[in-house]
Ligand binder design. Structure first.
Ligand code: KIV
Length: 283
C-alpha cells in the first residue's frame, strides 16, 4: 500500500494487469507490474462463460489462490463477483474476508458508486483494502444497456464525479474508472486524493489496467476488442504455431528425437533383451 501511495505522490503511473492463474500471474510479476488484479473477467477469458454474472465467489477463490502463489512483490486484488456483495454491507464484508483469508490476495475490488459506499465503509473498517470501480461496470451491463461509454453528458460526468467522491469518502484507497471520456477521467482524478486506474479512460488517470489476454493477444482471430485495448503481442499465433508443429512432429515421429530420451547402459540393455527373449512365448 505504501509503495502504491508513493508512486501516486511522485506522479509515477501505477501499472495493473489482470491474471487468473499461476502462469499468468508469474509473468505479470516477472514483468514488474505494481498490481495484479484477479478480475471477474476470468468468467469469459478463462472459464469461457458468457459474461461475468455467472462466476461465483468459490470460483474466484480458486483463481485467487493460484495467483497469490506467484505474486511476490505485486499488490494483489480480487474482484468481488456479482451476487457476493450487493445484498448488504455484512454480506460484502463476509465475502471480502473470504477473499483475503481463503484467496490469499491483499485487497478487493467492487463495482458501483455512491450506492456501494456503506459496503465499502464496512469492509475498509475491518482493515481490508478496497479498490472502487466506477464508470462502465460490466456486472451491471443489463441495466446499462450493454458495454457503453459512461459520463458522456454533463449529468453523466457529474454523476461519475459524485460516485468517485463517495467511494473515496467511504474509504477506497484506489478507484478504477472504466470507459469514460479522457477529459472527464482526468478531471475526476484531479478532484480526488486517491489514485485512479483507467481502462478506456485516457492518459490522465494515475495508472492503467488491461486484461492480460487482450493486451497479449491470446485469443483467436476475429474476436471483438474494445477500442481502448492496445495489443502488444500475438500469443495465440505463437502458441498455435508451436502446437501445430508439435502435432506434425508426433505424427511423423520426428519428436521425440534422441536428445529427448533417457539413455540406458549398453550392458544392462543387452541383459534385459536376453531376459525378455528367455521369457515363455505369449499364448
Ligand atoms: O474484471 C476485470 O478484468 C476488470 C478490469 C477490466 C478492470 O474489472
Amino acid at each position: 500500500m505504501q509503495t502504491l501511495r508513493n508512486l501516486y505522490k511522485k506522479g509515477e503511473p501505477i501499472t495493473m494487469l489482470t491474471a487468473y492463474d499461476f502462469p499468468s500471474a508469474h509473468v505479470a510479476e516477472a514483468a514488474g507490474m505494481d498490481m495484479i488484479l484477479v478480475g471477474d473477467s476470468l468468467a469469459m477469458v478463462t472459464l469461457g462463460m458468457q459474461d461475468t454474472s455467472e462466476v461465483t465467489l468459490d470460483d474466484m477463490l480458486l483463481h485467487c489462490r493460484s495467483v497469490a502463489r506467484a505474486a511476490q512483490s505485486a499488490f494483489t486484488v480480487s474482484d468481488l463477483p456479482m451476487g457476493s456483495y450487493e445484498v448488504s454491507p455484512e454480506q460484502a464484508l463476509q465475502s471480502a474476508i473470504r477473499i483475503i483469508k481463503e484467496g490469499r490476495v491483499q485487497g478487493i475490488k467492487l463495482e458501483g458508486g455512491e450506492e456501494m459506499a456503506p459496503a465499502i465503509k464496512r469492509i475498509t473498517t475491518a482493515g481490508i483494502p478496497v479498490v472502487g470501480h466506477i464508470g462502465l461496470t460490466p456486472q451491471r451491463q443489463n441495466a446499462l444497456g450493454g458495454f457503453r461509454v459512461q459520463g458522456k453528458s454533463t449529468a453523466g460526468a457529474l454523476k461519475l464525479l459524485k460516485d468517485a467522491l463517495a467511494v473515496q469518502e467511504a474509504g477506497a484507497f484506489m478507484i478504477v474508472i472504466e470507459a469514460v471520456p479522457a477529459e472527464i477521467a482526468k478531471i475526476v482524478t484531479e478532484k480526488l486524493s486517491v489514485p485512479t486506474i483507467g481502462i478506456g479512460a485516457g492518459n490522465g488517470c494515475s495508472g492503467q489496467v488491461l486484461v492480460q489476454v487482450d493486451m497479449a493477444g491470446n485469443f483467436p482471430p476475429g474476436r471483438f476488442l474494445p477500442k481502448f485495448v492496445k495489443q502488444y503481442a500475438n500469443v495465440w499465433d505463437e502458441a498455435l504455431r508451436a502446437i501445430q508443429q508439435y502435432r506434425e512432429e508426433v505424427k511423423s515421429r520426428a519428436y521425440p528425437a534422441e536428445q529427448h530420451t533417457y539413455p540406458m547402459p549398453e550392458e544392462e540393455l543387452v541383459e534385459f533383451r536376453k531376459a525378455v527373449d528367455e521369457m515363455p512365448e505369449k499364448k
